[in-house]
Design a protein around this ligand. Structure first.
Ligand SMILES: Nc1ncnc2c1ncn2[C@@H]1O[C@H](COP(=O)(O)OP(=O)(O)OP(=O)(O)O)[C@@H](O)[C@H]1O
Length: 789
């Protein structure tokens, strides 16, 4: 039975305190019992605290655009009359209060005040003593762990039903069974790794790698002295110019494994006349990862006093500023695919023709549906002779996928391929009996056990946001990180979390890969992700670089396959079964029920505020259009390499690659299918009729869009009237006429000095161009976009 195989944490009291590891508390991180004895990195000397400290605050600087984003915490504070405080703030206050009490009133013996039970606990302290007696038949137990051999034994019919489409759960076992043909293809495709076969004595220090002095200086000052296994193997090969396919567990230093050799190569680049060029491209799947990657490169460059310039090409930041930087031919480009293609297509004279090295971080994600078209487009723009390096903790070595990247005899550098999660990671699983108990369970867990430094992953942005309101109303401080936020908000959330001004970071899978946030103690999966790789990356946000950490996954019935797969890929001693006392869950469920209306109220207030701001923005947009229409219309329309339809298809394919495989997303799909009569809006129409209907709809959409523009312009004019009494405003009609000129009008280069918009106009540019002018620029139909050759 269970206990033979896994430890059960039968109350939600704090398990071994992962967070108290000295490394994170700023104390000297030496020989701590918490540290894994097999730990390969060298942190003696406190390297982590003084070394690479990402998300320290600089990333957000300079991004403020003046408009304060809507913050639900403010709405909650307004309603409750006091602002939310983080766990740290509360701890500080409590300490100060105790001190004050001790100083002023030494003689008075207060009644027993439980140390750890702060004001939050007073609300639910009574539930704390509950033992975990029930839940004894928890399914996250030994029989599951043990089920590697007899997986299907206890599976009921339900499970058999999803058997057919739950590929990822099966994949872990299937992966091992490669056919002889596949193996032969791999044999032919990959070159042998000399560091693995011929040379077992890998460099044990960076100094032994023949790196140039400035770089060694940089590594020393960042207190990186001993290379991690992936660094020890990949750096020498990369310095030889070999194509590499690199994989090692999360948090094992893959970023430096590619950054160090490429900076070394750049130290010896041609600096003569015409030698300046964009030589290195690092592609990352998310903006945050790109920002982080740039921070690593810049830290090494600055510490070593190297003359290497970086450009960050990611969405959400100013296109103009990026185009301007590109004009100065930076050495290293760190980009997300979409923004890079935008520049390749629309920034005059920018090319990748001088590229020496292409690095693709989180390469397996980039090879997934949705990114592939973009990746192919980028590869086409790179010279064939480049060096290519691919890295990920869950790297594919499927030849079919990799041939797309035209690798040249790549070397597979897979460190400890059997290990999928970090050694210091303890993975806990909580059984969720019915979906109604999921939110109360999370709340109970966070109110009583996981108080700070915790990332919580949600399947959807809406859910993450809703839960943030729930947390706020329960006095818990959280920030959100997902695609519904502006780039500024995203970076701000990361910094707030890093600084400890919020205790929880509510994220979607946007944050599951690559992010290296120091001191994350716990990762909670509110729901299990749809793919095992996602699970691996999510839980990999903790227990990084030899530290301890824990993940807690809430596992419902529909997640059983994923649970098995997760357990199967881990060591048995990493797995724990956590039970949250049902009384605690019930109490939280009651509480949630009580605040149900208030949650709706907060959401309503937020929506109203959003609408007001939107109206305000429309007004401003209209004003800009009126005041600067000549200049705005004179700008060249931005183009994209795919048609709008292809773009949408790629987008939904990308989404499917992540979300589509969620078990209950599938269930939802199935049940929809079962529902039957719901038909597509074009169903039953002939092709001709369908096309006609689609064209009509498109025209209507165009009409609506131009109506709203005209409306915005009219509003703007009205608003402008009182202040501009003596100035005649241009007539609304003229807007349409002007737009007609765009196609034949003279297009100005983004680099033409006279076309450079004044600072005042710069921030206004992108939106009006995209929203209103793209269609007009294309002759009003808004169908095909110019294709890049
Ligand atoms: N040689 C080293 N010695 C000690 N710490 C290191 C070393 N190299 C990197 N680190 C630290 O390890 C941490 C994790 O590194 P990094 O983010 O590159 O991991 P990763 O393998 O890319 O993880 P993921 O798979 O999640 O993207 C960073 O904080 C980094 O500073």
């Amino acid at each position: 039975m269970p206990s033979d195989f896994i430890t059960t944490i039968d109350s939600d009291d704090e398990a071994p305190n992962y967070g108290e590891s000295s490394v994170q508390k700023g104390k000297t991180p030496v020989k701590n019992e918490d540290l894994d004895p097999d730990f390969d990195f060298d942190f003696s000397g406190g390297g982590r605290d003084t070394g690479l400290d990402l998300w320290g605050g600089d990333e957000v600087k300079g991004l403020k655009n003046g408009t304060e984003p809507i913050n639900v915490d403010d709405i909650i504070a307004r309603r409750r009359g006091k602002p939310l405080e983080s766990y740290n703030d509360r701890k500080r206050k409590r300490k100060a209060a105790v001190q004050e009490e001790e100083e002023s009133d030494d003689e008075v013996e207060g009644e027993e005040q439980p140390e750890s039970q702060d004001e939050d606990m007073s609300e639910d302290g009574s539930e704390d003593e509950v033992s975990g007696s029930e839940d004894e038949e928890m399914s996250v137990d030994g029989s599951e762990v043990d089920s590697g051999s007899e997986e299907e034994d206890e599976d009921n019919d339900e499970d058999e039903e999803d058997e057919g489409d739950d590929e990822e759960a099966e994949s872990s076992s299937d992966e091992d069974e490669e056919t002889a043909a596949e193996l032969a293809r791999k044999e032919a495709f990959f070159a042998k790794d000399p560091t693995f076969t011929d040379d077992p004595t890998l460099p044990t220090s960076f100094a032994a790698m023949n790196l140039s002095r400035p770089l060694l200086r940089a590594l020393t000052s960042l207190q990186l002295s001993v290379p991690t296994p992936i660094q020890a193997r990949a750096i020498p090969l990369a310095l030889q110019g070999r194509d590499i396919l690199g994989s090692a567990v999360t948090g094992s230093g893959k970023t430096a494994a590619f950054m160090i050799p490429l900076l070394e190569r750049l130290c010896y680049r041609d600096r003569g006349r015409g030698g300046q060029a964009c030589r290195v491209l690092i592609l990352c799947p998310t903006r945050e990862l790109a920002v982080q990657c740039e921070a690593v490169g810049k830290a090494l460059t600055e510490k070593g006093g190297l003359d290497i310039r970086f450009a960050l090409l990611v969405g959400g930041l100013s296109l103009n500023a990026q185009a301007h930087t590109l004009r100065t031919l930076p050495d290293v480009l760190i980009a997300t695919p979409g923004r890079l293609i935008d520049h390749l297509t629309n920034t005059p004279s920018f090319t990748l023709s001088a590229l020496d090295v292409l690095v693709i971080d989180e390469a397996d994600r980039m090879l997934e549906a949705g990114f592939t078209d973009e990746l192919e487009e980028i590869i086409k723009a790179c010279p064939r002779s480049r060096q290519t390096m691919l890295f990920s903790a869950t790297m594919t070595d499927s030849v079919d996928e990799l041939v797309k990247l035209s690798l040249d005899k790549p070397i597979r550098v897979f460190v400890d391929p059997k290990r999928n999660t970090a050694k210091g990671l303890i993975q806990e699983f909580v059984r969720i009996r019915s979906d109604d108990t999921r939110s109360p369970s999370l709340l109970a867990l966070c109110k009583r056990t996981v108080r700070e430094k915790c990332i919580i992953f949600f399947r959807s942005k809406a859910l993450a946001h809703q839960m943030r309101i729930v947390f706020g109303l329960n006095g818990l401080k959280a920030a959100e990180l997902h695609g519904n936020l502006t780039q500024e908000q995203r970076l701000q959330a990361l910094n707030d979390f890093k600084a400890g001004s919020v205790d929880y970071l509510f994220a979607t899978d946007l944050a599951s890969r690559g992010l290296d946030i120091k001191g994350v103690e716990t990762v909670i999966n509110y729901d299990m992700p749809g793919q095992l790789a996602q699970y691996t990356h999510r839980v990999g946000r903790t227990a990084r670089a030899g530290r301890k950490g824990r993940s807690i996954s809430l596992v419902g019935e529909a997640d059983r396959k994923m649970l098995k797969a997760a357990i199967k890929q881990s060591e048995a001693d990493q797995i724990r079964n956590r039970i949250i006392p049902s009384e605690a869950i019930n109490a939280m469920a009651e509480k949630l029920n009580e605040i149900k209306d208030e949650i709706q109220e907060v959401m309503r207030e937020e929506k109203e505020e959003k609408l007001m701001r939107q109206a305000d923005m429309e007004l401003k947009k209209g004003q800009n259009m009126v005041e600067h229409q000549d200049e705005i219309y004179a700008r060249p329309a931005r183009t994209w390499f795919q048609s709008e339809k292809d773009k949408q298809n790629a987008k939904s394919a990308s989404k499917d690659a992540y979300v589509g495989s969620f078990p209950d997303a599938k269930d939802a799909k199935k049940s929809k299918e079962k529902e039957g009569p719901k038909r597509g809006k074009y169903d039953g129409l002939s092709r001709k009729a369908k096309r006609r209907k689609m064209a009509m709809e498109e025209d209507q959409a165009d009409q609506q869009s131009s109506n709203s523009t005209s409306m915005a312009i009219r509003n703007a004019k009205k608003a402008a009237r009182p202040v501009k009494i003596t100035e005649a405003l241009p007539k609304a009609k003229s807007t349409g006429k002007k737009s007609g000129k765009v196609g034949g009008g003279k297009r100005k280069s983004a680099f033409d000095d006279d076309s450079k918009p004044s600072k005042k106009h710069e921030g206004m540019r992108a939106k009006p161009t995209k929203v209103n002018l793209d269609k007009k620029g294309k002759g009003g139909k808004g169908k095909s976009k110019v294709k890049r050759k």
